[in-house]
Design a protein around this ligand. Structure first.
Ligand SMILES: *Cc1c(COP(=O)(O)O)cnc(C)c1O
Length: 384
């Protein structure tokens, strides 16, 4: 088997974990739609596989590719991003331990900590992770096991300093977990910056076509990788071969898609910053953005997510979402098609009244890879 360690990112996206099938020469790993494997005598496994919860060749291809793209030693695929988070949480946390999470964490992540981990005996403190003194102050010596960061965040595109958080975590014997869903490994490599675990919702940019739900974990440390793999099998929230194959297929074009997501987002931002109906634009590529300098240091480019506030308050934000024609009104993000949504009433409705509440006049865009003239024209007509 070729190792692709020395190859460039786009080459690894297409080849890592994906040698041509030894029997047929098929250049793409087949969908091994199978639950069990014939043995040559008891325990005589032909290819190392015995049962597809424990391992499936299509999933292995995806896991090796994920590990390669994030520069880790071990990649693990899951049935969803939240399934990956749950398995991670139950591997690195235990009753009586404590976690620090961003005060604008993804709603589903917040819900796992508040409604699943808390009753299990795991405490968490939501902190503004851009305030490193506040992070240090929230660390509980002996019981804080993880700092759990996202960057850029959803939906305000806050950027946190991965290297600085890794240092704070490690000084206290804790792990830094980074949810890299918004950036994708093409734009940002948390392990190289000192993070211990990378979390993905592969549903988003990695899958890239809004046709599959999936998740992933990548770690640098082999022993932690073994413990996670043990729990992946023990808890069983694995993706099927068909879903693994769809994510793998999406990943092959990640680099070219992200380049277009980024350039289209920049053109949209140019329109929004000058528009009289827009009061504030959130995009890490803007020199005035709070996290711009850190983003410039730790990201290759600034991504395809853009949020903005409108002059007319909540009603105008809601109406605007219903007026676009190319931008589809819907939740989720990271697909080839452009999406628009109102976080306050949609993705972040459950955060109302919590520290994660978002402005009511906020609109979020997942800028797709359609012709930019159509996207700009559509937003112009919708803004009026
Ligand atoms: C969507 C998302 C998740 C959850 O992933 P699912 O695949 O929906 O379970 C986690 N983190 C971020 C940043 C997300 O956008």
């Amino acid at each position: 088997m070729t190792t692709w360690d020395q190859a460039g990112f786009e080459t690894r996206a297409i080849h890592a974990g994906q040698e041509p099938d030894p029997q047929t020469g098929a250049v793409v790993p087949p969908v091994y739609q199978v639950s069990t494997y014939a043995q040559d005598g008891v325990g005589g496994l032909r290819g190392g596989y015995e049962y597809s919860r424990s391992g499936n060749p299509t999933r292995t291809a995806l896991e090796e590719c994920l590990a390669s793209l994030e520069g880790g030693t071990r990649g693990l695929a899951f049935a969803s991003g939240l399934a990956a988070e749950d398995t991670l949480l139950r591997t690195v946390m235990a009753p009586g331990t404590h976690a620090i999470i961003g005060n604008d964490a993804y709603g589903g992540t917040y819900r796992i900590f508040a409604r699943v981990a808390e009753p299990w005996g795991v405490e968490h403190t939501p902190v503004d992770l851009t305030d490193l003194d506040a992070v240090r102050a929230a660390m509980r010596p002996g019981s804080t096991r993880v700092i759990w960061a996202e960057t850029p965040t959803n939906p305000l595109l806050t950027v946190v300093d991965i290297a600085a958080l890794a240092q704070i975590a490690h000084e206290a014997g804790a792990l830094l977990v980074v949810d890299n869903t918004f950036a994708s490994p093409y734009l940002q490599q948390p392990l190289a910056l000192g993070a211990d675990v990378v979390v993905h919702s592969t549903t988003k940019y990695l899958g890239g076509h809004s046709d599959v739900i999936g998740g992933g974990l990548v770690v640098a440390d082999a022993e932690l990788g073994d413990r996670l793999a043990y729990h992946q099998n023990a808890m069983g929230s694995v993706p099927g071969p068909w879903d693994s194959w769809l994510v793998l297929r999406g990943i092959k074009t990640l680099g070219v898609r992200m380049d277009r997501h980024c350039s289209n987002a920049k053109a949209i931002v140019d329109l929004l910053v000058d528009h009289p109906r827009v009061t504030e634009v959130f995009y890490p590529g803007l020199p005035g953005h709070r996290g711009h300098e850190v983003a410039a240091r730790q990201m290759r480019d600034y991504g395809g997510m853009v949020s903005f506030r409108v002059a007319g308050g909540e009603q105008e934000a809601v109406d605007l979402c219903a007026r676009t024609r190319v931008f589809t009104l819907g939740e989720s993000l990271g697909g080839v098609e452009s999406l628009i949504e109102h976080p306050g009433r949609m993705t972040h409705a459950s955060a109302a009244g919590s520290p994660l509440e978002v402005p009511a006049d906020l609109v979020r865009l997942s800028v797709g890879i359609e012709s930019i003239d159509d996207l700009v024209g559509d937003l112009k007509q919708a803004l009026g």
